[in-house]
Design a protein around this ligand. Structure first.
Ligand code: COA
Length: 260
């Protein structure tokens, strides 16, 4: 993998870390960061050793303060900007990721920062985290998936409030709304995300992947089609060695040993 300049990537066994690394700009998403995230997510998808990912930001002040506003309007033309977005559908790639993604959020999570966190499966926030979608105030529309992902996570009226008023909310309200799964003191942020990852990593990788697919793909289906999808994915899981091992371990009263 090429060396990155705007992100850090590391692996500890099956757990990978993607760290947004532009602290001078509160980890704002520059064009280069988009490209590097696109590359790293492709590698994560193809790397059989990686089975879960933690996404975080460096520095004390922000997970990510949104798109880099200093680059707005720098594309040669709107048509080129649109074509580049289609060619590198970063947010689509995030949402298509089969492996579980956990966002560890501190400080500001604004615009694309919130939206990137929403592309993850689980979100842990530190107590001082602040969430907001300021795009409309800049004469823009959230385009890192937020108009679609936010109302799938929190009540529609609240999502509208965030999108239309651009107000920031704190970690407590984010927890109450279901925007994040846990709120912890700042020193506990990474350890909590790591504990969640360890729990997932102790389970069957096959079952985790299929269960995530059932939930994510099912969201866009009718109930009937979603149930059919669930049955197909279960049938796939049942053919795996992990399913045999899982059942056997329960029968024998011992912890399962899943294939890695
Ligand atoms: N893009 C580019 N640079 C950004 C940025 C962004 N989205 N957000 C912050 N920065 C930069 C600032 O320009 C500043 O750089 P400087 O030190 O070279 O001047 C640095 O990060 C620190 O930000 P600053 O504004 O000085 O900190 P603050 O505590 O006063 O305010 C925020 C923090 C997050 C409230 C404020 O920076 C902000 O509103 N940022 C823009 C958020 C936004 O609109 N994002 C969505 C874009 S669609």
């Amino acid at each position: 993998m090429p060396p990155f300049q705007t992100i850090l990537y590391s692996k500890e066994g099956p757990l990978a870390y993607i760290t947004l690394n532009r602290p001078q700009a509160l980890n704002a998403v520059s064009i280069q960061m988009r490209d590097e995230l696109y590359a790293v997510l492709g590698s994560v998808a193809e790397d059989p050793d990686v089975q879960a990912v933690i996404l975080q930001g460096v520095g004390e002040r922000a997970f990510c303060a949104g798109a880099d506003i200093s680059e707005f309007g720098t594309a040669p033309s709107r048509a080129i900007a649109r074509r580049v977005r289609w060619q590198r559908d970063l947010w689509g790639l995030f949402l298509a990721q089969e492996k579980p993604l956990i966002a560890a959020i501190h400080g500001y999570a604004l615009g694309a920062g919130v939206e990137m966190a929403l592309c993850c499966d689980l979100r842990v926030a530190s107590e001082e985290a602040q969430f907001g979608l300021p795009e409309v105030g800049l004469g823009m529309v959230p385009t890192a998936g937020g108009t679609q992902t936010l109302p799938r996570h929190i009540p529609l009226g609240k999502a509208m409030e965030m999108v239309l008023l651009g107000d920031r909310i704190g970690a407590g309200e984010a927890l109450r709304l279901g925007l994040v799964n846990r709120v912890v003191p700042r020193p506990r942020l990474l350890p909590t995300a790591q504990e969640m990852a360890s729990r997932i990593l102790s389970l069957s990788p096959v079952a985790v992947r299929l269960a995530k697919a059932a939930v994510v793909r099912g969201l866009d289906l009718s109930l009937e089609a979603g149930l059919a999808l669930e049955s197909r994915l279960l049938a796939q899981a049942l053919t795996s060695q992990d399913a045999r091992e899982g059942v056997q371990s329960v029968l024998e009263g011992r912890p399962p040993h899943f294939q890695r």
